[in-house]
Design a protein around this ligand. Structure first.
Ligand SMILES: *Cc1c(COP(=O)(O)O)cnc(C)c1O
Length: 391
């Protein structure tokens, strides 16, 4: 599938877990959309070019990739907003409980959104953060919702979706999964696991481009009971009736808020075509093989680095992290040599492996350069210690 992506010549791109590369076809599609849809049709595009229906149709494509049914996923906003919506809806489902359970491996934005929501509600809610290993055993009977990100952004540790969902349900809690680093990387059966909510972004493994819209899933049997916190007009049952009062749509559309980002949505729609030819089980096998090879090569040739990811492929997402005291500078030195990973404070060098466009030669090539940088202390130059705004 490598030729389906427009990657710069000579670059080894190990950051598709943070921002996927540009799929071939997106540039042309966006050009055509601008000219033939927006340019030629103007406001008629909402009907003529199905702009209004896109959140549902793109949602259906995502649904297939995450093991959800048709009509259960909608698109829009960013992941942080979708976390807020799902979390507030989940709390409403358990009015006599006061705890949001999460773990210390969760991405800060999810935790911040929970904090903000708690302050807003001002009704003694508590965000209880436990160690990742303790999530399943921390489902006390005061937990309203377990808000868990399946793959740890720092270490790549993969949570057992079925086991944790079952533990949450046994304790009477609502389950909310964040699939940011799972969708497009790890096969899953969302319907089968029975979680009430799932959210995720589409600019990571799904290659939708910077700022691509997020997705939200709600289990079909609970949708009609959801009280949307962000009661925007496009989540209304009849937006163009312009009624005075809010009346939510009967299906997942009630989790829409306002006008969808049509240009980004179109880029995502085009980017998702790649997945029509991908078998998720094959992808997962290839991902584990690439990650295992990277770990073996780095451990053999770069003794200063310490593995910060689970060694067992079954317990990992599609990324490998190594701890290194001078990780930031070493990553800058790597990037200067066109091997792109990223750095996560305080000392994590993070590498994403995306089998659609990364192969074993890339893995070996990246470790050749990494070993050279470490052996010769090439990272220890002033320019590599300069912190940028985005790391
Ligand atoms: C990437 C990521 C985000 C980012 O949220 P945005 O609103 O899209 O910026 C949030 N949560 C998790 C778990 C992530 O991995």
């Amino acid at each position: 599938m490598k030729d389906r992506f427009s990657l710069p010549e000579g670059m080894i791109y190990l950051d598709g877990n943070s921002l996927g590369p540009l799929p071939v076809g997106v540039t042309e599609r966006i050009g055509s959309m601008l000219q033939n849809e927006w340019g030629a049709h103007l406001i008629k595009g909402w009907n003529l070019d199905n702009w209004m229906g896109q959140p549902a149709s793109v949602g259906n494509t995502i649904a297939r990739l995450i093991g959800a049914g048709q009509g259960t996923v909608t698109m829009g906003d960013t992941l942080s907003v979708k976390v807020y919506q799902a979390l507030s809806a989940a709390l409403k489902m358990r009015p006599d409980r006061r705890v949001i359970l999460s773990d210390s491996g969760n991405f800060p934005s999810d935790l911040y959104m929970a904090e903000g929501l708690i302050r807003q509600l001002d009704r003694d809610y508590e965000l209880r953060i436990v160690a990742p290993e303790e999530v399943a055993t921390s489902m006390e009977d005061d937990v309203a919702v377990a808000m868990i990100t399946q793959v740890d952004y720092r270490t790549g540790r993969l949570h057992d979706m079925e086991g944790i969902t079952k533990a949450a349900h046994d304790a009477g809690a609502v389950m909310l999964w964040d699939l940011a680093h799972t969708a497009g990387a790890v096969p899953m059966d969302l319907t089968g696991c029975g979680a009430e909510f799932a959210v995720g972004c589409t600019y990571k493994y799904l290659n939708g481009g910077p700022g691509a819209p997020a997705f939200i899933y709600a289990r079909p049997d609970i949708v009609e009971g959801i009280e949307p916190a962000l009661a925007g007009w496009l989540g209304h049952d009849a937006p163009f009736a312009f009624e005075q009062n809010y009346r939510p749509a009967g299906d997942i559309e009630r989790m829409r808020v306002g006008t969808p980002p049509v240009i980004q949505m179109t880029a995502l729609e085009e980017a998702l075509k790649v997945w029509e030819e991908v078998d998720m089980a094959d992808l997962r096998t290839a991902s584990i093989r690439l990650c295992d090879l990277f770990i073996a090569e780095v451990e053999a040739r770069c003794p200063a680095l310490t593995l910060a990811s689970p060694r067992n492929g079954a317990e990992r997402g599609s990324q490998v992290s190594f701890a290194f005291e001078h990780g930031y500078a070493a990553m800058q030195a790597l990037i200067a040599r066109d091997v792109i990973g990223d750095f996560r404070a305080p000392n994590i060098m993070r590498f994403g492996f995306t089998p659609l466009y990364i192969d074993e030669d890339d893995v070996r090539g990246a470790v050749d350069i990494l070993a050279d940088i470490l052996d010769n202390r090439l990272w220890d130059r002033p320019e590599y210690h300069q912190k940028s705004r985005v790391t």
